[in-house]
Write a protein that binds this ligand. Structure first.
Ligand code: ZN
Length: 191
């Protein structure tokens, strides 16, 4: 999947959680930082790919990407697995704890938002031809549907004409259906 699709998928997953789960009252600053963390989480697993969108969006990103990719084992290895979710989750928690000294926001909300983006990335990649090694280091790549030929090619016609518009429709459905939840969430937003 392309970075654009991952962004939208992360946003959709976050919207779904806000609509269906009890959300604590948060400050506007927390909301904004959490939103950014969600986008970063949605791109973070591709940290193992020097050409990833995440790197291109950072100033010295391309260089950093080239240095980090071999350490993480190349594209779609450890960062695209349950083990990767745990490791990145722990690392992000540590990083946010350090930042909480200077950034006065609810870091647990920010962390959850990052993780929702991260997991949405792996779920989306599962629909692509390459599949996802969920059980790394067990070298099996899982995909939906199991037959590779029916899966999606990254950046292909199916992603652009079906997956991306499909996610937009899902968002419209979400906001239409859970309108009152979103409204009450926004009303209690700035506290
Ligand atoms: Zn990926």
């Amino acid at each position: 999947m392309t970075g654009r699709t991952h962004d939208l998928a992360a946003f959709t997953a976050l919207g779904y959680v806000v609509a269906t789960q009890p959300i604590p009252t948060i400050s506007l600053a927390t909301g904004l930082v959490a939103f950014t963390a969600n986008m970063i989480g949605g791109l973070a697993p591709d940290i193992d790919q020097p050409t990833a969108d995440l790197w291109r969006r950072l100033p010295v990103g391309t260089l950093l990407g080239k240095l980090l990719a071999p350490i993480l084992g190349g594209h779609r290895f450890i960062s695209h697995s349950i083990l990767g979710i745990i490791l990145f989750g722990a690392f992000t928690k540590f990083l946010l704890n350090q930042m909480s000294a200077v950034l006065i926001v609810d870091m647990s909300v920010v962390w959850w938002s990052f993780m929702i983006g991260y997991i949405s990335h792996l779920v989306m990649d599962t629909f692509t031809k390459e599949g996802v090694p969920w059980l790394f280091p067990i070298p099996i790549r899982f995909g939906i549907p199991p037959l590779k030929i029916f899966r999606i090619t990254t950046g292909g016609v199916l992603e652009k004409s079906f997956v991306f518009p499909g996610l937009i429709i899902l968002n419209i459905y979400l906001y239409y259906n859970y309108y009152s939840q979103f409204l009450s969430f926004l009303k209690h937003f700035v506290k």
